[in-house]
Write a protein that binds this ligand. Structure first.
Ligand code: ADP
Ligand code: MG
Length: 400
């Protein structure tokens, strides 16, 4: 069964270091790594102070760096043709566009936070599919952050002043993404990329920024992610307009965020579209709570109901699904998946399913066949063992 493999971490460290050395003519000083993620449930709830339940992927992004004396920034990526060159002093929102905004944006935000970021040569290498709703953007941001922390000789699990460095990396990633790259996303992606624990999902509450790891023993079932290869683009209007509708709903209801709105109040909203958008958020937050309780009780039938209700809510009320996502979800369930839903910001991207191990091959085959029949691009499939968050990588460096 063809799966998109995450690759061996030590091979990836070596490959990233080798690409750096080839490009810059000297070996890197340090490498940072951060994972992509799949969100189990809780979509568009992060910027409404709600709940989310993401899992870090074994697929990750590696960033190799070495300092420069002259304040120059030379950024390149195996996944992008165009390298980017600039200087530390001219970095600011508006001065960088394209992929480099995600990487250079973090350097800017780390400087703003008071870290003494030097000029850098920097190379990126990743196994997270780009634009698949699996958060290659936050993986890149947080890997850059981890690499800089390593370069400065700081402990990733230490503090900068009062603030844990991991929290500072989350904040820098969010600033890079929203202020520099111009994608108005919430904080889910950076939080899981930095704080994930292997073997666990992470329940994040954006009302008080608390986090709780949730052991993810699926008892003979696997997490299957299907990338529909319909690339989503979060810097275009769809995501921002959903966010604006949520803000309009909160304002009409006189609450600071939809987290503090009741379903009854939402049903009284006069604007039909805004009402549907708000209904998705309020019911989705409740579904995250139900899913967590069901996972803890090993009640997988209830998890399945939550997933399917969530998908319907995203298709009908929030209108962020696509034909390809609806097909992947519907066919997965027909072919024996226990639960399935689209995941990520929407308008393309990926679905996630919980599949009994013995049905995995059949589900993958059925989705492939359905896509071929409809002349959709052939999808990619990933099997996800929950991975750990951002790390510094030294293993294998000297052998590069
Ligand atoms: P997602 O985060 O779901 O993959 P986004 O649209 O948020 O999708 O982010 C994708 C963008 O992030 C890419 O178009 C590119 O600009 C940048 N990016 C992500 N990973 C890399 C990488 N390995 N190398 C260069 N740029 C990357
Ligand atoms: Mg992203």
């Amino acid at each position: 069964m063809p799966l998109l493999e995450p690759g061996s971490p030590s091979d990836l460290v070596r490959a990233t270091a080798a690409a750096f050395t080839e490009r810059f003519g000297r070996p890197p000083t340090v490498l940072g790594r951060a994972p992509g993620r799949v969100n189990l449930i809780g979509e568009h709830t992060d910027y409404n102070r709600g709940l989310v339940l993401p899992v870090a992927l074994p697929h990750a992004t590696w960033v190799a760096v070495a300092p420069r004396e002259d304040g120059a920034l030379n950024l390149s990526s195996t996944q992008q043709d165009a390298p980017w060159t600039g200087t530390l002093d001219t970095l600011e929102p508006g001065s960088i566009s394209g992929w480099a905004a995600y990487a250079a944006g973090v350097l800017w935000a780390l400087r703003e936070a008071g870290l003494d970021v030097p000029g850098l040569d920097l190379h990126v290498h990743s196994t997270v599919p780009l634009g698949a709703g699996l958060s290659s953007s936050a993986a890149l941001e947080c890997a850059v952050g981890a690499a800089v922390v390593g370069l400065l000789g700081l402990d990733l699990d230490g503090r900068h002043g009062e603030e844990p460095l991991r929290d500072l990396l989350v904040r820098a990633g969010i600033r890079a993404e929203t202020e520099v790259a111009g994608a108005p996303t919430g904080g889910m992606d950076q939080t899981i990329a930095v704080h994930a624990q292997a073997g666990s999902a992470l329940l994040i509450d954006f009302d008080d920024d608390s986090r709780r790891p949730l052991d993810l023993d699926l008892e003979g079932r696997v997490l299957l992610v299907t990338d529909t290869r319909v690339s989503h683009e979060l810097t275009d209007g769809g995501y921002a307009s959903r966010r604006a509708d949520c803000e309009a709903a909160a304002q009409a209801l006189g609450v600071d965020s939809l987290r503090h709105a009741s379903l009854d109040a939402v049903e009284g909203l006069t604007d039909e579209r805004v009402r549907r958008r708000a209904r998705h958020i309020v019911t989705e937050v409740a579904r995250v709570e139900r899913t967590v309780a069901a996972l803890e009780a090993r009640d997988f039938a209830e998890v399945a109901r939550c997933f399917l209700d969530s998908h319907t809510s995203m298709r009908e009320d929030f209108e962020i699904s696509t034909e390809e996502l609806d097909t992947a979800v519907g066919v997965a369930v027909e072919a024996g998946a226990l639960a399935a839903r689209m995941t990520g910001g929407g308008f393309g991207g990926s679905s996630v399913a919980i599949v009994p191990e013995e049905r995995l091959a059949a589900v993958v085959r059925a989705i492939d066949a359905a896509f071929a029949l409809r002349s959709y691009p052939a999808p990619d499939h990933l099997v996800v063992e929950p991975a750990a968050g951002a790390s510094l990588e030294t293993d294998g460096l000297s052998r590069a």
